[in-house]
Design a protein. Structure first.
Lengths: 51, 705
């Protein structure tokens, strides 16, 4: 949360480590890594596919 | 004080501003390093303190607590700062402004340095500096490039004018919080800072609760609980704080930052490639292989040179002073002791160099990300991988590297697993025993000796992982830690910064390891030297006279040398160390060890690297013995009834004992310092010694039975 994952933040899914976990996202200009389990705590709405 | 996010270019800027006028010490009572330097602007001399990188003022990890204490002027030995230099990576305004906003609330004069301002165009960012200054309540914002020094003159000027200038205006982002803080401040008669009240309201739970309670009186707690209930209701306070702050940040960013199409560079392409799962993982293993190769292959010639040099120096010293206790102290105690520390220096330098390069380029975070899944199977996170890798050279820097792990339970589990990794001090005894007793044959294209060594490495890794797992399901059981990691972009490491950090770490290592191992060497020397036996010396003189009378030429000198060695061995047998070995022999007898091995093992408990030297003396080969002749002696060693001591089960037992046993006072000391308790080092010692003993016992008994 301190990293800025709050309501209204835009995320872009980038990649994952081997085995599909943890996941890497782009948040504003920066990459952050989250475990799949944690990523599931967030509610996201799709803004665009791929792009 | 310099404050900023990790990886914001803070240290590069600090080095740029202070040049060589800096020194590193430790904060009192903590192992977090304190960097202080001076910068001269015209006639003014400013003292700059570089703080550990932090994301917020919420004091969660040790480094954050120290940073907060220094900023608030609570750290003893450090003056209350007269101003803040906030360092912000221009490409990371989003997360940086979170900290900046909290810093503004400190009501201290502040300057913001926007680093990496040369990379903004590449990433497609335009930042309106004037608008940013206005939104931040009037702080001065200086764009700089730390690596080239561009923009630092303007920054120096701003810094010189900083002390005494007015603090920035508070941005209004959460009026309810302001009100609550005001109210509590009145109730507490204003004896704490508003930021502290804020943190007490928001962070006053869980692991930081005690820390917060220390700052407040018991009776004030009721006010805090009441205010907390009104402000947050049932929701987690930190989440609400983040929501309010980031709402403000997005407003600011919308106003000051425009996006332009990014320019693609080769570095961006490399970035994209290593981020893909499969090439990224292969790349990580390649990097680790190179680091290992470097630590073991490149360092060997240098280590041999140092070893030869220190032995020669010891002999030279011994020849310069009259024979006796003092000469022996100098050559066997002091020079051999210091030499045993210096000999590891090439490995440590190479390892540190790689770790600093990887850290500076932003690769370490990537490694933690890639290894997270594997480490999770033993209950740790990817952040534990770096301390583990460091421990293959030496567990001391490895344990120090656990500071990056924010979760206390994970951190302790990693510390206790790290000493199982095969450190470079275990290598000499492995090398000696393997060379002596494992035939140099090949199975297919695999060398048998190499295979045994590799097996010992695997054994260490396996035991370490198992230990972490056991701890995590028992004593260190806890809620799953959250894992959210910033993955910084790759960037070219700055040569100057890398070299400065390297020198810094080497100094710290030499100071720490030097004092411990040096004193151990002197103590072991004294135990092995005293008491001197008059009868042994008389006998030696007698035998020498007989030999001189009956032999001539090379036969005489060979005989004399043999006699001296015999006398040295006899002296050792009745020294304190020898007696201790004989006394403890029954304990180690079930492992197949005689009193000589027992004595060497006892001597090795403070520092395992002395074992080879002690074995060398007990098996009466004296100082000029190289390892090959010691190996031959070991093969010939027998029990009084004539059976060989060094049987295969006994040797494998001894190797296993070495793989497991925690024979290193420096490691125990560093665990004590890092956990700030004696509980963990004592536990680690008993735990590792027990499984070392049981392992050796099982192998010997099964093997000989």
């Amino acid at each position: 949360m301190v990293l800025g994952l709050v309501e209204g933040a835009e995320l872009e899914y980038l990649s994952s480590a081997i085995g599909g976990d943890p996941l890497e996202f782009r948040l504003f200009n920066n990459a952050i890594a989250l475990r799949r389990e944690q990523a599931q705590h967030f509610t996201v709405s799709l803004l665009s596919d791929g792009g | 004080v310099l404050v900023g996010n990790p990886n914001s270019g803070k240290s590069t800027l600090f080095n740029r501003l202070t040049g060589l006028h800096q020194q590193t010490t430790n904060y009192p009572g903590a192992t977090v390093e304190k960097h202080v330097g001076t910068a001269t602007v015209g006639k003014a001399v400013l003292e700059l303190v570089d703080l550990p990188g932090i994301f917020s003022l919420g004091a969660h990890s040790l480094e954050e607590r120290i940073a907060v204490d220094v900023i608030l002027g609570r750290m003893s030995g450090t003056n209350t700062p007269s101003g803040i230099l906030a360092v912000v990576d221009i490409t990371n305004l989003y997360q940086s402004l979170y900290l900046i906003q909290q810093l503004i609330e400190l009501e201290l004069p502040m300057v913001v340095a926007l680093t990496m301002s040369d990379t903004a165009d590449v990433k497609g960012l335009r930042v309106d500096i004037d608008a940013l200054q206005a939104r931040l309540g009037g702080v001065i914002v200086c764009p700089v490039v730390g690596t080239t020094g561009h923009g630092t003159n303007a920054l120096r000027q701003a810094l010189a004018e900083l002390p005494g200038s007015p603090p920035p205006d508070l941005p209004a982002f959460w009026p309810e919080l302001d009100q609550a803080v005001q109210q509590i401040s009145v109730q507490l008669k204003g004896f704490t800072h508003r930021v502290e009240i804020e943190r007490a309201l928001i962070d006053g739970f869980g692991e930081s609760e005690q820390y917060m309670l220390d700052r407040f009186r018991e009776s004030d707690n009721a006010h805090l609980v009441e205010a907390r209930r009104q402000l947050f209701g049932d929701e987690p306070p930190l989440a609400i704080e983040a929501r309010y702050r980031y709402k403000w940040i997005r407003e600011v960013l919308d106003e000051v930052q425009q996006k332009t199409p990014p320019i693609y560079t080769w570095i961006a392409r490399v970035n994209a490639w290593v981020n893909r799962p499969v090439p990224g993982t292969i790349g990580l293993f390649a990097v680790m292989a190179i680091v290992f190769q470097a630590v073991f292959a490149w360092a060997t010639p240098m280590m041999d040179a140092i070893d030869t040099g220190s032995k020669a120096f010891g002999n030279f010293l011994a020849s310069q002073v009259p024979e006796g206790a003092f000469a022996s102290l100098l050559s066997d105690g002091v020079v051999a002791g210091v030499g045993s520390v210096i000999v590891f220096l090439p490995q440590i330098v190479i390892l540190f160099l790689f770790i600093i390069l990887l850290e500076d380029s932003g690769y370490l975070a990537r490694a933690a990300y890639l290894m997270d899944r594997a480490m999770r199977s033993v209950g740790l996170s990817g952040q534990s991988i770096i301390p583990m890798i460091s421990s293959f050279a030496c567990a001391v820097p490895g344990i120090m590297a656990t500071r990056v792990i924010p979760n206390r339970r994970d951190r302790i589990a990693t510390m206790l697993a790290a000493p199982f990794m095969t450190c470079s001090a275990r290598l000499p005894i492995y090398a000696l025993l393997i060379a002596a007793f494992v035939p140099a044959e090949s199975i297919g294209w695999l060398n048998l000796q190499g295979l045994v060594l590799f097996g010992l490495y695997l054994l260490g890794i396996f035991a370490g992982m198992l230990t972490a797992l056991l701890l995590k399901v028992t004593a260190l059981r806890g809620p799953k830690p959250s894992f959210a990691l910033m993955l910084p972009e790759f960037r070219k490491p700055n040569l100057r910064t890398v070299l400065m950090q390297l020198v810094d770490r080497i100094k710290v290592f030499l100071r720490r390891a030097g004092t411990v191992i040096f004193s151990v060497a002197v103590i072991v020397w004294a135990l092995a030297y005293y008491p001197r036996s008059g009868t042994v010396e008389l006998e030696l003189a007698e035998q020498q006279t007989i030999a001189e009378a009956s032999l001539v030429g090379s036969a005489l000198s060979a005989s004399l040398r043999r006699l001296e060695h015999q006398a040295a061995a006899d002296q050792l047998a009745q020294s304190w160390l020898g007696r201790a070995g004989q006394m403890i022999e029954p304990v180690f007898k079930p492992l197949g060890w005689d009193w000589r091995i027992s004595a060497a093992v006892i001597a090795g408990f403070p520092a395992r690297e002395v074992v080879v030297a002690v074995l060398g003396t007990v098996y009466a080969v004296g100082d000029e013995a190289d390892e090959a002749t010691l190996a031959q002696r070991l093969k010939l060693a027998t029990w009084p009834d004539g059976t060989a001591i060094f049987t295969l089960p006994m040797i494998f037992g001894l190797l296993i004992f070495y793989a497991f046993c925690l024979q290193c006072a420096a490691t125990l000391a560093v665990i004590q310092r890092e956990t700030n308790s004696w509980r963990w080092p004592v536990f680690a010692w008993f735990y590792m010694s027990t499984i070392g003993y049981l392992g050796a016992f099982a192998v010997f008994q099964l093997g000989s039975g």
